[in-house]
Design a protein around this ligand. Structure first.
Ligand code: R5P
Length: 300
């Protein structure tokens, strides 16, 4: 079946690279906002038969940027899925490298929604055939999808990049205990006996404020602090300060999804990071590691 890649407005570079990896045609979209704020999207084609009977791979991340917030990105995604289904695509594969709302996977306070699950249910309900995301905050909720749903692991790629820039004598530090398992798996990509440790983080569920404590044995070590998401940079900056106080040599702040909201970059670098490293799940200046090949490999 002939494949076609539909590059969403939030993933222009990554989408095109994936199409190149797959050797398929790439098409894009036209988007705008109506005066009342509603989103508009059309697939940028004049002949709807281009989509009929094709396997359509939609690439659309849903992180916030100056050209669209998470809600806009999700609406655009829903519109793309609906358009290609209506035009008779025979298979619809959806790739959302960063899935917005994924952190809302639990009810912390009475009255909250478990909205991460709702987002997946909505995407799944549009009748897609396959769903892919990358380093999802709580991958177990992919169980909401009745279609094939895969969480792609980018850790090897991130580790290869860090090794390529000369990091050595590495300790991997998790910014909280919950991230330990992921950090242990991450550390294995640097070698068999690379130590892994964690700081203790508590977040006030009402204010969102975090408190982090701990002193680790990091003297003269290159420290890799790995998280799935950097949003405000508060978690990362606090962990970096503690790592500095623990005698670290170089510090690499690593996240698959470096959203870098507001002054996050400043906070992280001022706290003492030598470099911020992210993937092109989020298209910004720290997207140093491309997911194009690994995603394409899943789609081949
Ligand atoms: C939390 O569980 C996540 O894994 C990240 O640690 C968190 O989302 C980072 O947020 P921020 O950068 O705002 O501290």
């Amino acid at each position: 079946m002939k494949k076609i890649v539909l590059v969403g407005p939030a993933s222009q570079m990554l989408g095109l690279k994936i199409a190149q990896e797959l050797g398929t045609e790439a098409i894009n979209t036209e988007v705008k906002r109506f005066p009342d704020g509603e989103n508009y999207l059309r697939i940028n084609i004049e002949d709807e038969t281009l989509i009929a009977n094709k396997e359509v791979i939609i690439i659309q991340s849903t992180g916030p940027s100056s050209s669209g917030n998470q809600n806009t990105r999700l609406m655009e995604l829903f519109m793309m899925i609906d358009s290609v289904k209506r035009m008779g695509a025979s298979k619809v594969i959806v790739v959302v490298p960063y899935l917005a709302y994924a952190r809302q996977d639990k009810v912390f306070r009475p009255g909250e929604s478990q909205f991460a699950n709702v987002i997946l249910c909505l995407i799944n309900s549009l009748g897609i055939d396959e769903f892919y995301t990358v380093d999802m905050h709580a991958p177990q909720i992919l169980g909401e999808c009745s279609c094939k749903a895969i969480n792609i692991d980018s850790m090897k790629l991130l580790a290869n990049y860090i090794t390529s820039i000369g990091a050595n004598d590495i300790v991997v530090v998790a910014p909280d205990k919950g991230a330990m398992e992921r950090s242990k798996a991450f550390a294995k990509h640097f070698g068999e006996n690379v130590p892994v440790d964690f700081f203790t983080k508590e977040r006030d569920v009402k204010t969102g404020e975090i408190k982090m404590t701990g002193t680790l044995s990091l003297k003269d070590k290159d420290v890799v602090i790995a998280d799935d998401i950097i949003a405000t940079g508060g978690t990362m900056a606090t962990a970096i300060k503690l790592a500095r106080n623990s005698g670290a040599n170089r510090i690499f702040a690593v996240a698959t999804h470096a959203l870098l909201i507001d002054q996050a970059k400043f906070r992280i670098l001022k706290a003492g990071a030598d470099e911020i490293i992210g993937t092109d799940a989020i298209d910004n200046e720290v997207s140093k590691v491309s997911l194009a090949k690994i995603i394409a490999d899943y789609l081949k």
